[in-house]
Design a protein around this ligand. Structure first.
Ligand SMILES: [Zn+2]
Ligand SMILES: [Zn+2]
Length: 280
């Protein structure tokens, strides 16, 4: 049984309007022993609206966690963050992570060539294979950048947003053969990413957001989880990437079986930047 959600957003993130307290109450109701808030900090995110997006008010964020900790002593609040990495913000990110006492840091690729792959324009620039490959190349570069983090988030996140996947999602369908093809084609570069992460003592996460996107698979795909385990990867956190209370711990009942079938005996929770292992 998974007893904590290690990837959770609240209204401190530009793309969520859920008060942190609501999310915390949901975690208590779910029976979690802890929750790790990982609100977004994406330095240099290109603005769609003209207003600054994805910049976290870190001191207000810490104050709110402290306030809630006193009100709800029955649950352990872990202080996390999801950092959107790209070449020109690595220094800013490490300044932030050395200034605040985080329990857990997720690094994620949210931009490729300063474009959000969530947007249609990203896919109009080039063919699908090159567009996906570019995402992994950006991730490889970030993994090698010396950035300060604990796990790399949603490794194959890009595959959620291909035009075909978007179409399937609108029709509430999934296509396992397509997901598998879009996974197997990129295993070489993913292996390169994993070797760097493992060598540097970093981990990955199993992100159940994929299930709500109708992919029928976690992020990353089971094939990728097996690859990571086969290369000696042991650190794996479990997160729903919820932005609304209804998605907290989403599909976590599927996670133990998936992890076991990929060879894992333990999952990881970080406190004070240190990994603790729990049986799946
Ligand atoms: Zn993310
Ligand atoms: Zn997230």
């Amino acid at each position: 049984m998974i007893k904590s959600d290690s990837h959770v957003h609240t209204a401190f993130s530009t793309d969520s309007s859920t008060p942190m307290e609501e999310m915390l109450k949901k975690a208590i109701e779910t029976g979690f022993s802890s929750i790790c808030f990982t609100d977004h900090m994406d330095y240099g995110f290109p603005s769609q609206s003209g207003i600054t997006e994805f910049l976290l008010d870190t001191s207000a964020y810490f104050s709110e966690m402290e306030r809630l900790e006193h009100l709800y002593p029955q649950i352990h609040i872990r202080r996390g963050i999801e950092l959107g990495l790209k070449e020109d913000v690595i220094k800013q990110c490490s300044n932030l992570t050395s200034k605040y006492k985080f329990d857990f840091i997720i690094a994620s690729t949210h931009l490729v060539d300063n474009t959000d792959p969530y947007l249609d324009i990203y896919w109009q620039k080039t063919d699908e294979t090159s567009a996906i490959l570019k995402y992994y190349e950006a991730t490889l570069k970030n993994a090698k950048s010396g950035a300060d983090f604990d796990v790399y988030g949603h490794i194959d996140y890009i595959t959620r947003y291909t035009p075909y996947m978007k179409k399937l999602r609108m029709e509430n369908l999934h296509d396992d053969a397509y997901s598998l093809k879009n996974t197997e084609q990129f295993l070489d570069i993913i292996e390169e990413i994993f070797k760097i992460l493992i060598y540097n003592g970093k981990g990955i996460e199993i992100n159940t957001g994929g299930f709500k996107y109708g992919t029928n698979h976690p992020n990353p795909h089971e094939k990728i989880l097996k690859l990571y385990h086969g290369l000696g990867g042991e650190i794996i956190t479990v997160g729903s990437d919820a932005h609304e209370t209804k998605y907290l711990g989403y599909s976590f009942n599927k996670v133990p079986e998936i992890l076991k079938s990929c060879g894992f005996k333990y999952y990881t929770e970080f406190t004070g930047r240190k990994p603790a292992m729990f049986p799946v």
